[in-house]
Design a protein around this ligand. Structure first.
Ligand SMILES: [Zn+2]
Length: 398
């Protein structure tokens, strides 16, 4: 385990991995409360730790010592129980105006015990237009002790309206280096060093994904199944089978994740409504039906999102294997012996075989097809249809 560089106390920043410039910038802001910026936008590629950085910043702002990581303010802010740090996380496909109104109400209050009233909006790119307008009004005239921390992936910067972005100080995170991710898996999660190194490399510096791969064997098997697809696509039947597998396992994963929470949630709501107890009055019963229907709608939206996210992850993995093939064929063509960094270093042999069979143009064409499929799914094309079209386009030449 490497010690932190001299002069830098990790404190609340310990889990902000591989972002020394960002940490320095945020520490400087904490040290200058008089010139505080009231709206920040944390952006970076998926897995770079946007929300982790935002949370650490929130803790440092509330901490009387500027983020020692050990006091009550630091601990509660990091664990999500600080009274003056509020998080908005979309459960479904979007952050609606009702969630944002509640947040605006809170934002208008003076901090109850901390130094700041802090509002963290994760996935700010998922705010509906109406919700975005409500936040914008707040950013135009922020209350003096209120700080907004918005997080959004940098892949689609346009997803956060420019009217909001222009009022924010932008903090850009980068993909953390693989060895920094591995180090954190060992230190914080107690993962065996060899497995940590493999998972960090296989996840390409995506911290959450690396942790998931390291901890969960079924995640490793799912990744293997996805990366086995390109070389299996030798016939139309194989293409259709692969599409079934991709869509099926995404659905399975989201079913598993939702089953765990849906039942508990529904029971809790039923209990609070008195459903199933001695017959409620007619008015209460119809109100209850409305609440349950609303809950069902929310759960369905969440399941759709989880299913899409899982499918999207598989597509990103696939695209990366074709990218590896592209890199290998270009490097070989230029007769260079430069060692290239692959997205899936453990599948180098597959990438080389693909490179041999489809060449650089074939790899490029397939990467384009995958991007098109991701867009289609995002735009509500039925996954089965989008993915069948994709796997047929990925078919190997005879
Ligand atoms: Zn502290």
């Amino acid at each position: 385990m490497s010690a932190p560089p001299a002069g830098l106390t990790p404190g609340v920043w310990a889990d902000v991995i591989g972002q020394p410039d960002v940490v320095a910038e945020l520490q400087a802001a904490v040290a200058q409360p008089a010139s505080m910026t009231h709206a920040w936008l944390f952006t970076g590629p998926p897995g770079s730790g946007r929300s982790v950085a935002a949370r650490a910043f929130a803790a440092a702002l509330q901490c009387p010592q500027g983020g020692d990581g050990t006091c009550h303010a630091c601990r509660t802010a990091l664990s999500g129980s600080h009274a003056d740090v509020h998080r908005v996380v979309p459960e479904g496909l979007s952050i609606g105006v009702a969630e944002v109104r509640e947040l605006v109400r809170v934002a208008g209050r003076a901090p109850s015990q901390g130094r700041w009233q802090i509002i963290v909006v994760e996935d700010a790119d998922r705010m509906t237009e109406q919700a975005g307008n409500t936040v914008l009004k707040m950013l135009e005239e922020p209350p003096p002790r209120t700080v907004f921390l918005l997080c959004a992936p940098s892949l689609h910067p346009d997803d956060v309206p420019v009217t909001i972005r222009s009022r924010c100080r932008v903090v850009g995170l980068r993909t953390p280096p693989v060895d920094a991710v591995a180090e954190v898996l060992v230190r914080r999660d107690g993962i065996d060093p060899a497995l940590a190194a493999w998972s960090a490399a296989a996840a390409g510096g995506h911290v959450g994904r690396a942790r998931h791969l390291a901890r969960d064997e079924s995640a490793r098997l799912a990744r293997k199944a996805v990366l086995d697809i390109p070389l299996s696509l030798v016939s139309l039947a194989a293409c259709l089978n692969a599409a079934d597998d991709l869509v099926g396992s995404a659905k399975e994963e989201s079913d598993r994740a939702t089953a765990a929470v849906d039942g508990v949630e529904t029971d809790a709501v039923k209990a609070s409504l008195g459903v199933g107890a001695r017959g409620p009055g007619v008015a209460a019963a119809s109100r209850g039906a409305g609440v349950l229907k609303e809950l069902e709608k929310r759960q369905k939206s969440r399941a759709t999102r989880l299913g899409r996210d899982s499918l999207d992850r598989a597509l990103v993995d696939l695209a990366a294997l074709y990218r590896d093939a592209l890199v290998i064929s270009v490097v070989e063509a230029s007769a260079g012996e430069t060692p290239v960094t692959l997205a899936h270093p453990d599948r180098r042999a597959d990438a080389a075989e693909l490179a041999r069979r489809i060449g650089p143009e074939g790899a490029l064409r397939r990467i384009d097809a995958i991007l098109a499929a991701r867009t289609a799914v995002e735009q509500n094309v039925k996954p089965q249809i989008a993915i069948e079209a994709l796997t047929v386009a990925l078919r190997l030449p005879a």
